[in-house]
Design a protein around this ligand. Structure first.
Ligand code: GBH
Length: 485
């Protein structure tokens, strides 16, 4: 592999967006403030502790209290050299679900307090010259929509989602020029409806959930996520893009998959893993159809798009939004359909670990896989790439006083290697990459893991809500100072 030697060759493109990412439910807290109604994550986190939905029994009720401390958070983005901030909007703050189910042809009203809240954040960002990149949906589905018709399992969600998107484009589109419709549909579908470890926690395989049919529901939920994305994009392109001039697309999550050895079955298995994690959503959106391997695995359990829907879905993303954290080594065999019926490991055929282990079992540092994935995306989908999340949960983060925890050596090492791979992807491989957001601005509510797993470049003391910049924030600032232009 080529590596770079000269520094002139290691610049990022002009207008590159560099910054930090968060998501509403993971940071805001204040679940009943300003007319907000519950989301499925409020419900899921508040279910009986015996269900063990959340490892430490916690919830996002307080989180990093960013509903009140958002000014301080934005000042952090600025002090860490960010010229962009990716955050998500809470659907349950923006649309008012306090009233009765609307009659046919009517919609739930807009909650002006929610609009005001996010308008404040956006204007504060603009004061600092920080570009807002908005995720419309990062998993916190309004509970009302779950109760009315089963949320993602019902196609009625398309109208509700498009209504919500329209309200956001109208309220913020004069100043917001970067829109992400959906965050990681694989997680919504496979973890919410397959493994049942994320809200709404439906699974036929999971002992603590009696409800749900994991052989069909994840594929239906995923199908509807694609449709909501595509119809919101159509609305934006028809009614807003011509005057507002922004870009809109989707964020998918993927790992890089490395065959265990060069046997044809393991090479095939790695491709199938990629088809299932990434192609499930990327192929319809960028090519207009599901991957053949997914169809072969699922038969008529995989829903079909009508020709009119295909026309809306195909090409419905202005960019490729990528969240990526790690790589897996893949062997053929296994029953888990959500990873393409393969088995995955971090242990190479020579017995050596792929990289440095994070505190979570699913994550090891392996930057060459990041560069390979970027090359695969260019080859397969050929769109400008926005890296909307990338980060690490270091072992040293836990059970330490903040003064020690801020020296996050493993996270600095992770970012050093991944940002170097990014520079090589841009300058050596010539890939069109336009954004990089580190996950995350702050330690925050890490979904089913609760608060013990910390992904922040800022340490948060959950007793005092005091923020402490970690060494990784200094590393990233310096990196962008050096390579941005
Ligand atoms: C991202 O998901 C999310 O967008 C973000 O909100 C989150 O905080 C961040 O990652 C860090 O995790 O796959 O069953 O072993 C990344 C994909 C999906 C990886 C859930 C970890 C754990 C459960 N993540 N997965 S499982």
């Amino acid at each position: 592999t080529l590596t770079m030697t000269s520094t002139e060759n290691s610049k990022l493109p002009k207008d590159f967006l560099f910054g930090y990412a968060t998501a509403a439910y993971q940071i805001e807290g204040s679940p009943s403030a300003g007319g907000r109604t519950p989301s499925i994550w409020d419900t899921f986190t508040h279910q009986a502790p015996s269900k063990k939905n959340i490892a430490d029994g916690s919830s996002g009720d307080v989180a990093t209290d960013s509903y009140n401390r958002w000014k301080e958070d934005i000042a952090l983005v600025n002090s860490y050299g960010g010229n962009a901030y990716r955050f998500s909007l809470s659907w349950s703050r923006i649309i008012d679900f306090n009233g009765p189910t609307p009659k046919e042809g009517e919609r739930d009203p807009v909650n002006q307090e929610g609009i005001k809240f996010y308008r404040g954040i956006i204007e504060e960002l603009l004061k600092f010259g920080i570009t807002p990149a908005i995720t419309l949906f990062h998993w916190d589905l309004p509970q009302a929509l779950q109760d009315r018709y089963g949320g993602w399992l019902n196609k009625r969600i398309v109208d509700d989602y498009v209504h919500y998107a329209r309200v956001c484009f109208e309220a913020f589109g004069d100043v917001v020029k970067h829109w992400i419709t959906q965050n990681e549909p694989w997680c919504i579908s496979a973890l919410g409806y397959g493994h049942g470890v994320f809200a709404p926690g439906r699974s036929s395989n999971r002992d603590r959930s009696a409800e749900g049919d994991s052989s069909t529901e994840p594929w239906i939920a995923g199908h509807h996520v694609i449709l909501t994305h595509a119809y919101a994009v159509k609305l934006y392109r028809d009614k807003f893009q011509p005057t507002q001039g922004g870009v809109i697309g989707i964020t998918l999550d993927s790992l890089w998959y490395i065959p265990y050895d060069d046997s044809p079955e393991n090479v095939d298995a790695a491709q199938r893993a990629l088809d299932t994690r990434l192609g499930w959503f990327a192929d319809p959106i960028y090519k207009g159809h599901y991957p053949a391997s997914l169809k072969a695995m699922l038969g008529d359990r995989l829903p079909e798009f009508t020709p009119e829907e295909v026309a809306v879905i195909k090409g419905s993303s202005d960019f490729f939004g990528l969240n990526t954290y790690t790589s897996n080594i893949v062997k053929a065999g296994g029953t888990n359909e959500f990873n393409g019926q393969v088995t995955t490991t971090f242990t190479r055929s020579d017995g050596i670990q792929l990289g440095t282990q994070a505190i979570v079992p699913w994550l090891q540092t392996y930057a060459p896989g990041f560069r390979s994935l970027l090359n695969y995306l260019r080859k397969t989908y050929n769109k400008p790439i926005y890296i909307t999340e990338n980060g690490f949960a270091a072992k040293g983060d836990v059970d330490q006083a903040p003064e020690q925890a801020v020296h996050d050596i493993d996270r600095v090492e992770y970012f050093r290697e991944y940002t170097q791979a990014l520079l090589e992807a841009v300058n050596v491989d010539g890939i069109d990459i336009r954004a990089y957001f580190a996950w995350s601005l702050l330690d925050n509510f890490e979904w089913a893991d609760g608060y013990r797993t910390r992904f922040g470049v800022t340490y948060v003391d959950y007793e005092t809500q005091k923020r402490y910049p970690k060494d990784s924030s200094k590393f990233l600032k310096q990196w962008f100072d050096e390579h941005g232009q």
